[in-house]
Design a binder for this molecule. Sequence first.
Ligand SMILES: NC(=O)c1ccc[n+]([C@@H]2O[C@H](COP(=O)([O-])OP(=O)(O)OC[C@H]3O[C@@H](n4cnc5c(N)ncnc54)[C@H](OP(=O)(O)O)[C@@H]3O)[C@@H](O)[C@H]2O)c1
Length: 376
Amino acid sequence: MAKKSASKAKAPTREEVQKKLKARDGVGKRALITGITGQDGSYLAEFLISKGYEVHGIVRRSSSFNTGRIDHIYLDPHVKGGKLKLHYGDLCDSNVLGKLMRTVHPQEVYNLGAQSHVRVSFDMPVFTADIVAMGALKLLEAIREYQTETGKQVRYYQASSSEQYGKVLEVPQKETTPFYPRSPYACAKVMAHWATVNYRESYNMHASCGILFNHESPRRGETFVTRKITRAVGRIKMGLQDKVFLGNLDSKRDWGFAGDYVKMMWMMLQQDEADDYVVATGRTITVRKFAEMAFEHAGLNFKKYVEFDPRYLRPAEVDLLLGDPAKAKKKLGWVPETSVEELAAMMVEHDLELARREKTLRDAGHKLPDSSGHDQ
Ligand SMILES: NC(=O)c1ccc[n+]([C@@H]2O[C@H](COP(=O)([O-])OP(=O)(O)OC[C@H]3O[C@@H](n4cnc5c(N)ncnc54)[C@H](OP(=O)(O)O)[C@@H]3O)[C@@H](O)[C@H]2O)c1
């Protein structure tokens, strides 16, 4: 008993943890990011570069440009001093993953790559599982082999998801809440999550899962519901679109800002011990409420413009996601800095500006693509 309280007394204070994090800044470090062209990958790359890291990202070969979210931090390889290096690769190709480990020599690996759209995962379950579940396993294996060959330790971050809680068994959801996945995406994420825990326990790897609740930003893909709403607000306000079709307006989500959440990914990898953390705001609102806030921000009444379309319903729904970020706050001192109101306003402002540009083009006689029929 006495021993227990003595070890308790030694637990670092939040100030001590913060000081340590500062001291571990990233000058001289290399990070490898899968999914760098996505929303989170772009914010994480910016954040790590600002800390002095050399950032390496895996980019899929595509017939059209897919680096729009990171173009602003990419320097042509002929220019000296670039901190972002891109490599072709894919989570389904274990050869490339192994080769990149041996050539990049990263100290930290962030696995953000995924077919990340829940509704789409019902249409493409096998592909989703290949990338999300098997991709994570292939990457973990590449890291394990690299560690065995070189004797170097690599820290690994797995992008777990609140979708893993699915038909929730507890409200709010915390690290100890059992998973009940309700989509091919969530099933695959559960597999990747447990593979990460298993590699930590089996091979003593520094591997951590961040169980992130929904997080959005002006860089969110336009087929995700928040962005679909804010894009519609901008376009309706500018007279470019009449209405927006949505699925289940009663789904409740715990929404935060992606820029706040990537910080937590990094913080997790700076700890001496790998561990799993829920990353959330601790507040949940319905899709309806988000839409109402977004339309109101532009001076519009959402009831006039939002229509229901059952095509956007999922075969199995996840009704109430609400995360408890107490562990992240207590152990790492992490707190989300952006409220959902600020988030909605930020996204609407961004999309009003985009729509303004579209309108300018249209008024000048250019043809615009119709962006009103996206999936939710
Ligand atoms: N945003 C959220 O609310 C949330 C919540 C919990 C967990 N997560 C997870 O966190 C991660 C980042 O989320 P996000 O919102 O940034 O997702 P996102 O914007 O959809 O980005 C996904 C990234 O994965 C890449 N990717 C797709 N298939 C790949 C493959 N076969 N091999 C390598 N890369 C591949 C995409 O490349 P392209 O650009 O070429 O398509 C993109 O860079 C994902 O794993 C997601 O499932 C997200």
